[in-house]
Design a protein around this ligand. Structure first.
Ligand SMILES: Cc1cc2nc3c(=O)[nH]c(=O)nc-3n(C[C@H](O)[C@H](O)[C@H](O)COP(=O)(O)OP(=O)(O)OC[C@H]3O[C@@H](n4cnc5c(N)ncnc54)[C@H](O)[C@@H]3O)c2cc1C
Length: 372
């Protein structure tokens, strides 16, 4: 950690894992982050994701260093913050299954007969799991304990004296202004709204569906990635993560869907959960018999080139963006938070090279393309 920052006020728009992680690392440095959240902390994807973490699954991609740093930070945060989000190391396997009752022997007792486990994808040294809502709210609480402030409100614009003048804060829908020396856009897929006020590249929402089932101790601590063929021929790629709290998260079925303006209004596609439930019954008698604790749908933020936007917004002094983390937002939240705190307080990130994520690599979205 560098020298304490001089109480710099940083307004963070969005209380998902990215906003909470930035707030945590800023507060640890002595800055004064204010998180403005429209709906609820972890109320969107950050509360409904799988929470799967991998050390080296981004190797060969520009995300590799961010992922490796994050994987290490996850272990440190689980140790250092006295909050429990079920951080656990576990082995990870891959396999395939078809929607039929007559296919080969089961690879594991809890799996049905149509499932074949074909290989190990990770070990407890390289893969881990968190409960994502508890992780995100735990980070936010830890930030607040060090001086961060949470404000429920909807950000509708920036406050500046003139177009090229440094930012002075954000405007809220209720007419209030939250003053700040810097502003970070971390609204997940809703970051696209900021393209009205800023030269920002597009951010899209990719919808995913999931179930959380009360499986108790019936499923061993092993994550599983499958390829599953439905009777109609469609291939799904279910992911199953048994959590430390005795639940198992199962997800599949993603689609580009219309993003509702209000994060609280996200709803599943018709029939998606019924398909997931049928798949669970086919894949595992344990999943088929387990009570369903939650049926979830949420949007992950995706950019045009699949890499996140992490850095200063060009031409608007004091404004930054951190979004577009796609399928790795839970993993990459911590190193994003740490690097953003360095960028905002020291002028440059030290722990991770943010160059591949510079928002300037993509053209800004034409605000005329935003409807509503
Ligand atoms: C089904 C599924 C499974 C996944 N599994 C994994 C996994 O196993 N591992 C992994 O690493 N990642 C996973 N992800 C990805 C991960 O969940 C996302 O990348 C991450 O949650 C994105 O976090 P975020 O903070 O950018 O956005 P969000 O969680 O969407 O948070 C943005 C916040 O901004 C708020 N907001 C919106 N508009 C405004 C406004 N105008 N004013 C103020 N606040 C506003 C919203 O209410 C929301 O709380 C998964 C995603 C999905 C969909």
């Amino acid at each position: 950690m560098g020298a304490p920052a001089s109480g710099k006020r940083v307004v963070i728009c969005g209380g998902g894992v990215i906003g909470a992680a930035i707030a945590y690392f800023l507060a640890r440095r002595g800055a004064r982050p204010i998180v403005v959240e429209r709906h609820a902390v972890a109320g969107a994807a950050s509360g409904k994701s799988g929470g799967f973490l991998a050390l080296d699954w981004c190797r060969g991609s520009p995300l590799d260093a961010l992922a490796r740093r994050s994987f290490a930070l996850h272990a440190a945060l689980a140790r250092d913050i006295g909050d429990d989000w079920g951080y656990r190391r576990l082995a990870t396997y891959g396999g395939h299954a078809v929607e039929t009752d007559a296919c080969g022997p089961a690879g594991r007792k809890w799996l049905g007969e149509g499932v074949a486990v074909t290989g190990r994808l990770g070990s407890p040294d390289t893969t881990a799991l968190v409960e994502p809502r508890a992780f995100t709210t735990g980070l936010m609480r830890a930030a607040e304990a060090q001086g961060a402030v949470l404000r429920i409100g909807t950000v509708v614009g920036l406050v500046r004296d003139a177009d090229a003048a440094p930012v002075r804060g954000v405007a809220l829908a209720d007419g209030d202004v939250v003053a700040g020396d810097a502003v970070v856009i971390a609204m997940g897929p809703w970051s696209v709204v900021a393209a009205r006020w800023l030269p920002m590249p597009a951010v899209f929402g990719y919808k995913g569906h999931s179930l959380v089932l009360a499986t108790g101790a019936a499923i061993p601590p092993e994550a599983l990635f499958l390829e599953y063929q439905e009777a109609g021929g469609e291939i799904l790629t279910p992911e199953m993560f048994p959590r430390a709290d005795g639940t198992t998260f199962v997800c599949a079925i993603s689609a580009l869907g219309p993003l509702p303006v209000d994060p609280a209004a996200v709803a599943p596609e018709p029939g998606a959960h019924a398909r997931l439930e049928a798949m669970c019954r086919r894949l595992s008698p344990v999943l088929g018999a387990a009570p369903i604790v939650a049926r979830q749908a949420c949007f992950r933020p995706v950019t045009e080139d699949g890499l996140p936007l992490i850095g200063a917004v060009p031409g608007v002094p004091g404004v930054y963006v951190a979004t577009g983390h796609n399928v790795w937002g839970m993993l990459n939240g911590p190193a994003t938070g740490e690097a953003m705190a360095e960028l905002i307080l020291d002028g440059a990130a030290r722990t991770v090279d943010l160059t591949p994520f510079d928002p300037r690599r993509l053209s800004p979205l034409d605000p005329a393309r935003l409807s509503g």
